[in-house]
Design a protein around this ligand. Structure first.
Ligand code: PAF
Length: 283
């Protein structure tokens, strides 16, 4: 496995691979690789000729009061996992190379960043769209793969790629849960055992909502209220949002007539956790 740190070197490697007609697949991450990342890499391995893993904790997607400084960094074990999965190139750029001193260009996806995480994390998706476009320009992947746990992020990246005529195909894989159903996230490391137990109410709420929908409930507000009560009862989770919205536009909906996104974000004392599911009413 090649480990590349310089943007210039990665770009000339990408050019060489392109001239050789190789299908390059990119899995962008911020490191601290867990089972869900490994699933992305396994999918990436099957999808093309050359699998590139990028590891970059992107400062522009963190707010001033967020966890940038303490975001888990496990570079040696990440590299070992990448070798085990036969990743071809791990690209680990440094911040100065991605955002040099005079840096001043950002990608702003407008409408679908206004709701959900965009409300409580202003600027977050500008940071995500900017770094993902930069990674695409550096690595030149034919395919890039993301997780569906970050549903809004995935939609933002798809929108950015469509709007800016980026030729990379955006693929996704379903959320990977721990044995108990908690969606895998590098931030789960911050949780105390009690918070971990309380956090199970997120995934349980997703199943509960589908049950209500199966038994004919169409009123989004009613389902949201029941979920909020369930989560608040744990006493350890503060609700950021519980939203039932259109899966494309992410605008809130009142009545479930077609598949809708149920998205949940909560905060513990030390972490912010998200998960989502598509609710499917009977036709
Ligand atoms: O999902 C992540 O890990 C990050 O937001 C991403 C897509 C790698 C951009 O920094």
């Amino acid at each position: 496995m090649k480990v590349i740190q310089s943007v210039k070197e990665m770009q000339s490697e990408a050019l060489k691979l392109c001239r050789e007609g190789k299908k390059v697949v990119l899995v962008p991450t911020m490191g601290a690789l867990h089972e869900a990342h490994l699933k992305l890499l396994e999918e990436g391995k099957k999808a093309g000729d050359i699998l590139v893993l990028s590891i970059f904790v992107n400062p522009t997607q963190f707010g001033p009061a967020e966890d940038f400084d303490r975001y888990p960094k496990e570079i040696e074990s990440d590299l070992q996992k990448a070798r085990d999965l036969e990743v071809d190139i791990t690209f680990i750029p440094n911040t100065k190379d991605i955002y040099p001193e005079s840096y001043q260009t950002y990608v702003n996806v407008e409408e679908i960043t206004k709701n959900l995480c965009g409300l409580s994390r202003p600027g977050h998706f500008t940071g995500v769209a900017t770094v993902v476009l930069k990674l695409f320009n550096i690595v030149q992947p034919e395919i890039a793969i993301f997780g569906e746990k970050d549903y809004q992020q995935l939609q933002v990246i798809r929108r950015m790629a469509t709007d800016l005529n980026v030729p990379t195909e955006i693929r996704s894989i379903p959320t990977v849960g721990e044995e108990n159903g908690l969606a895998m996230s590098s931030r789960n490391k911050y949780l105390t055992p009690e918070e971990r137990t309380a956090a199970l109410s997120i995934n349980q709420s997703l199943s509960l909502a589908q049950k209500r929908v199966d038994s004919g409930e169409k009123n989004a507000e009613k389902i949201i209220l029941e979920i909020k009560e369930k989560i608040e009862k744990t006493g350890l989770l503060k609700i950021d949002y519980v939203s039932i919205c259109d899966p494309e536009t992410l605008e809130d909906i009142e009545t479930l007539k077609k598949p809708a996104l149920l998205a949940i974000a909560v905060k513990t004392a030390s972490a912010r956790l998200i998960d989502n599911a598509i609710l499917r009413p009977k036709q």
